[in-house]
Ligand binder design. Structure first.
Ligand code: NAD
Length: 641
């Protein structure tokens, strides 16, 4: 008997997983055989459907062959795992996109690799014994095989809940969460498979489906959404620990066993995946960024050791549940450059990019584009350069022959001057993306000029700082035509995690300065509150524990806490080295007040924040420090100083 039984039966391509003693765990060889069969049947007119089932009652497929991964990884061979996952993920994507119906019969355990084979087809059938789960965080991996697509699309925050707790779903739960489609009593399955082979018509199973029993998972939706909506893993832990309920206790029990790093990355990945550019390709690409690093830099080897090698069930994870640094999460999700997952063997893009302004932000952004296969030529008056980027002697030279121009410059005046210089060299149809933070008027003026030259313009300022530029996790706020935004999306996907089309030209800059006005004001408020708490004798950790889970919650408090040693890692823990420099915050607050004046908007908090940062940068010792260094400033002062 082989591990997999692949054959033609009537009008059906038939695949039966056949390792019942190993709960049909997927091996690399099984992946390759399924891939070859699908390839052979794709254009075969005799094959109308593919039916996938599995031998034995206990499992359709309980995962992948992790013992072999452990053996190779422990010997320092990380490449074996990477190649295995790449082949497995390509198969998952192929099942998702296969042009004819794929019908899977999912009894018993359907976990990990089993979800990848069984839950991407067109008709996913579950029955009384089905138990579907993605429990990977328990072994230091993350939900993968494209399952993050279903998790990100599930109702509310169900995806976060299922991903970090590894909860086993019943048939009804799996249908509710988007992992399955049809409920059919298992006694009927053999007869249905027989008829599918005879007819090749998926209507056979559609007609046999009945109403599933009620979903216990759906009944938990309010609890799930209340606790799992936070920005990061620590928010979820805080929320659950703040409630004395059966739900909170059982979620915590499941999570306290799992790798904190894996759970933190799972949350971040799902947040990045949700949004207009969600796709199976993006899900697998993000998953692969983690799995490709999981043995060398993550905790997979320790996780497998504790689960199936030594079986002590006592993995030694790197971090305690609440204290996974944001930088460690970003590291695991950094783009892989030339080693990124390639779903099809298509050559990487050869589009030419002219990149002007290779400073703190521009250099890593340009390097990420070069790593993704763009031909990038850069120019910076300071002579700076970036990995993989060819340097030009002038701005005009950098944009000669460019399909795309990107600018990342200090201010609107410089942007206008550079646009003046390069526009005569641009071909009609060139895409011009300005990522600098500038005043709305400058963005609109450049947009007008480019329209005259038939160039597509997008203003796309960013948030996420140097860390986000390096990790490829920036957020882009864009203004411009829908066509220009659509064309820029591929670039945003490489340099960032999220892009929002805010409206016509200038709308991106408008969003950026409004956002940063909130940020400046909330950072000051957070710093003031810590300084007051100190003087009232309140412990900083207690202050954080309360404010980060109460109405004092904000990005400044929760993700970028200005108090050293408290909350996630932030510039405060690095002697307030920027991060985001106080003078850049001063510039952005100046832009918001300039805009407010132009449109007669009343912004007293923004004006007060501007004045405080002006004093901090120009008269005190704020220049060159992170903008959160307002905390030691407030701490050192009394009411009248
Ligand atoms: P930076 O000063 O490090 O980089 C700007 C670069 O532009 C410099 O290297 C400079 O030499 C170059 N330059 C100036 N004039 C030029 C010209 N005429 N032609 C070519 N190059 C020229 O600044 P940065 O931190 O990279 O920020 C760039 C932009 O991004 C700014 O608008 C800033 O507000 C915005 N931004 C920065 C951050 C951050 O955390 N640093 C975050 C979000 C947005």
């Amino acid at each position: 008997m082989t591990d997999i039984h692949i054959r033609r039966a009537g009008k059906a391509g038939r695949i039966t997983l056949n390792r019942p003693d190993a709960l049909n765990a997927m091996t690399w060889q099984m992946c390759l055989e399924i891939r070859d069969a699908l390839e052979a049947w794709r254009d075969d007119p005799q094959i109308s459907v593919v039916v996938i089932d599995a031998a034995g009652e206990r499992a359709f497929c309980a995962g992948g062959d992790i013992a072999e991964l452990y053996r190779t990884g422990r010997d320092g061979d990380f490449d074996y795992g990477r190649r295995f996952w790449a082949d497995e993920y390509r198969l998952n994507a192929a099942i998702f996109a296969w042009p004819k119906p794929i019908i899977s019969f999912l009894q018993g355990f359907v976990m990990g690799g089993g979800v990848g084979i069984g839950c991407h087809g067109t008709h996913r059938i579950v029955g009384e014994s089905s138990r579907v789960a993605m429990p990977e965080c328990g072994i230091g991996l993350i939900p993968d095989v494209g399952a993050t697509l279903m998790l990100a699309l599930a109702d509310g925050r169900m995806g976060e809940y299922l991903g970090v707790t590894g909860t086993r779903m019943t048939a009804a739960d799996a249908i509710y969460a988007g992992f399955a489609d049809l409920y059919i009593a298992e006694a009927e399955w053999p007869g249905l498979i027989h008829r599918l082979q005879e007819t090749g018509d998926p209507g056979v199973v559609e007609q046999a489906a009945t109403e599933p029993p009620a979903s216990g998972l759906a009944a938990l939706a309010d609890d799930v959404n209340r606790h799992f909506g936070g920005e990061a893993l620590s928010d979820i832990f805080n929320s659950l620990r703040g409630e004395d309920s059966d739900f909170a206790r059982s979620a915590l029990k499941a999570m306290e066993r799992n790798s904190p790093l894996s759970m933190a990355v799972t949350i971040e990945l799902l947040h990045r995946l949700r949004g207009p550019s969600i796709s199976i390709g993006k899900a697998l690409d993000l998953e692969y960024r983690f799995t490709a690093r999981a043995m060398e830099h993550g905790e997979l080897l320790e996780g497998i050791r504790a689960a199936i090698i030594d079986k002590d069930r006592n993995p030694q994870w790197q971090y305690k549940d609440q204290s996974v640094p944001i930088s460690s999460v970003s590291k695991m999700l950094r783009p892989l450059g030339p080693d990124a997952l390639k779903l099809e063997e298509t050559p990487v893009t050869q589009k030419a990019v002219g990149f002007i302004g290779l400073g703190n932000m521009g250099a890593p952004m340009a390097a990420n584009l070069a790593a993704a296969g763009y031909r990038v030529t850069g120019f910076d008056t300071a002579g700076t350069t970036a990995a993989g980027v060819t340097n030009a002697a002038t701005a005009q030279e950098a944009v000669q022959d460019a399909d795309i121009v990107i600018t990342m410059l200090p201010d609107g005046k410089i942007l206008r001057a550079v646009a003046e210089q390069i526009l005569p060299s641009l071909r009609p149809g060139t895409l011009f993306v300005d990522c600098s933070t500038v005043d709305v008027d400058s963005a609109r003026a450049v947009a007008e000029q480019t329209a005259g030259a038939a160039v597509l313009f997008v203003d796309a300022p960013v948030s996420g700082g140097i860390g986000g530029a390096t990790a490829g996790t920036l957020t882009f706020m864009s203004g411009g035509s829908a066509e220009a935004f659509a064309q820029a999306q591929a670039l945003f996907d490489i340099m960032g995690q999220k892009a929002v089309h805010c409206g016509e030209a200038g709308a991106g800059q408008a969003a950026k300065i409004c956002n940063n006005m909130i940020l400046g004001a909330t950072m000051i408020a957070t710093c003031e509150a810590f300084a007051l708490a100190d003087k009232l004798g309140l412990d900083r950790q207690k202050m954080f524990d309360v404010a980060s889970t109460s109405s004092g919650y904000s990005w400044s408090m929760n993700a970028y806490c200005p108090a050293p040693g408290v909350g996630p890692q932030s510039p405060a823990d690095n002697d307030y080295k920027p991060g985001f420099a106080a003078e850049l915050m001063l510039k952005d607050l100046g832009l918001s007040q300039q805009a407010a004046e132009a449109v007669d908007a009343d912004t007293p908090m923004g004006a007060a924040a501007l004045e405080l940062y002006r004093r901090f940068v120009e008269l005190e010792d704020g220049r060159g420090k992170d903008f959160s260094a307002m905390l030691p400033r407030f701490s050192a002062r009394g009411r009248d100083s």
